[in-house]
Write a protein that binds this ligand. Structure first.
Ligand code: TMP
Ligand code: ASP
Length: 248
């Protein structure tokens, strides 16, 4: 395991450290899990491991499909060397089926399919409880330009297409998910953060069993068995060998 550099930032489930190259950082996934703006908290053994490897695998699939992500390389089973990005404080949500906050706020029947998917922008700000916003509000807040928002929307639709197909082939229905983007030194919009059971609704594509953080949010079932199941369905022994990390 490489020694981590100076801590730059610590979020609710990940920490960011300096790396020897100035244009990169190390994103380290912890076992912490929170819900409700951090009101409900726990630490679940192996969560950091599962989310690191699930995110890495999904970022690799996206890169293979021409989508730029922050991923540079794994350094161990909980740390990813990543491009240093200026993060845009938006939570970009794509929804293929109606559930979650959408059906609490709007009169959609649960599981209504959306084709094309709904793309929703929330302002990433705990103090204001991540309110939904529109292009005009984001532009007035100076967090993105009209062009940035259009590009983010296009990339999100492409990500949805690529991941829905890959996950479906592995028995997983991608119900909805949240992305975060940032800009590199050249102003390019790059996918950052993570794509994991913390940030997606993953359902078994036949039984519709929940295999994600909703189990924790609702206090139902064994959260880590669900993460383990997603891990098993999408990560092969070849992946583990290729990454040269412990199978844990
Ligand atoms: P929602 O239906 O609760 O708005 O969630 C939509 C998607 O966003 C779902 O896949 C879970 C994900 N999400 C996060 O990644 N972080 C959050 O803080 C919340 C509330 C949802
Ligand atoms: N991001 C929210 C929190 O940490 C959790 C969620 O995903 O619902 O509280």
């Amino acid at each position: 395991m490489e020694k981590l550099g100076k801590l730059i930032y610590s979020g609710k489930a990940k920490s960011v450290y300096e790396y020897k190259d100035e244009d990169k950082v190390v994103v380290s996934f912890r076992d912490d899990i929170t819900a409700g703006d951090g009101e409900k908290k726990d630490s679940l053994s192996k969560k950091g491991y599962y989310n690191t490897l699930i995110s890495t695998k999904l970022f690799e699939i996206l890169e293979e499909n021409g989508i730029a992500t922050q991923l540079v390389k794994l350094i161990d089973s909980s740390s990813m060397v990543s491009k240093k990005l200026e993060m845009i404080p938006l939570e970009v949500i794509a929804r293929n089926l109606a559930t979650g906050s959408l059906i609490r706020r709007f009169p959609f029947e649960e599981k209504t399919p959306f084709n094309p998917p709904i793309i929703q922008f929330d302002f990433k700000n705990d103090e204001f409880h991540d309110p939904m916003l529109n292009d005009d509000i984001a532009i007035a807040l100076k967090i993105a330009t009209k062009e940035d928002l259009a590009e983010i929307r296009e990339i999100t639709l492409k990500i949805n297409e690529v991941l829905s197909k890959f996950l479906d082939e592995n028995g997983i229905l991608l119900v909805d998910f949240k992305l975060e983007f940032g800009k590199d030194n050249n102003g390019n919009i790059i996918l950052g953060d993570e794509i994991s059971p913390d940030t997606c609704r993953f359902w078994d594509n036949k039984t519709h069993e929940t295999l994600d953080k909703d189990l924790f949010r609702k206090g139902e079932g064994d959260v880590m068995s669900a993460y383990h199941e997603i891990f098993n369905r999408i990560i092969s022994n070849e992946d583990i060998k290729r990454w040269s990390i412990d199978s844990n």
